[in-house]
Design a protein. Structure first.
Length: 207
């Protein structure tokens, strides 16, 4: 249980940090996501998990974050149970297999304008699992994928709804990737935020 909790916590927090970083570099996307939340949820309460199914643009923002910044860029190591041939290469039984999801997600042969942050690319499109695999694919995919998407959705949606976000300076947020199994940012995110007026009315004791 400890391994499951630690794995889910780190990957989810890293994803939220990448998402906010990308949104700060694309203020028009942030504005559109905020407008959708305001329209669906309103300003009399804070976003809840039950609202996520009615926020398709927020979902697209999260999908695009998973595409560009997969929390496990090399996925979890697999092992071939039988000898097989992949792309013309003979793979013996017992070979350790590493899937480079980061490279697949940025492949210009698979994605248009592959390195740009464009949540709109997912509008009305059902993406094949072999093209977008932040949680792996097949029988060995992450068992916490559904929970992770809900946790990230509520966390990111609440941050967008409750705060006004700005970069600390005119320069864009550094999106250089750091070293680690869950691909942290090389430079931790720093941003300015200011609570919207309605937040003081919905929090206990006007906090």
């Amino acid at each position: 249980m400890q391994v499951l909790l630690l794995a889910g916590t780190d990957t989810s927090s890293v994803t939220v940090e990448w998402a906010l970083s990308a949104l700060l570099n694309n203020p028009e996307v942030l504005k559109k996501a905020r407008a959708e939340i305001d329209y669906v949820v309103g300003k009399n309460r804070v976003l809840e998990e039950s609202d996520l199914s009615k926020l398709p643009y927020l979902h697209n923002v999260i999908q695009e974050t998973f595409r560009l910044f997969p929390p496990a860029p090399l996925l979890v190591p697999h092992e071939s149970s039988d000898a097989c041939t992949i792309g013309g290469f003979n793979v013996p039984s017992g070979t350790m297999l590493l899937v480079n999801a980061w490279e697949i997600h940025r492949d210009p042969k698979v994605w248009d304008d592959a390195t740009s942050f464009k949540p709109e690319r997912f509008e009305g499109v059902k993406v094949e699992p072999s093209k977008l695999m932040p949680f792996g694919i097949g029988r060995r995919s992450c068992p916490g994928a559904g929970l992770a998407q809900r946790v990230v959705g509520v966390a990111l949606g609440s941050l967008i709804q409750c705060f006004e976000w700005e970069r600390v300076g005119p320069e864009e947020v550094d999106l250089t990737e750091g070293v680690g199994l869950t691909m942290p940012k090389a430079v931790p995110l720093e941003a300015r935020c200011k609570a919207h007026d309605f937040v003081h009315n919905v929090l206990p004791n006007g906090a």
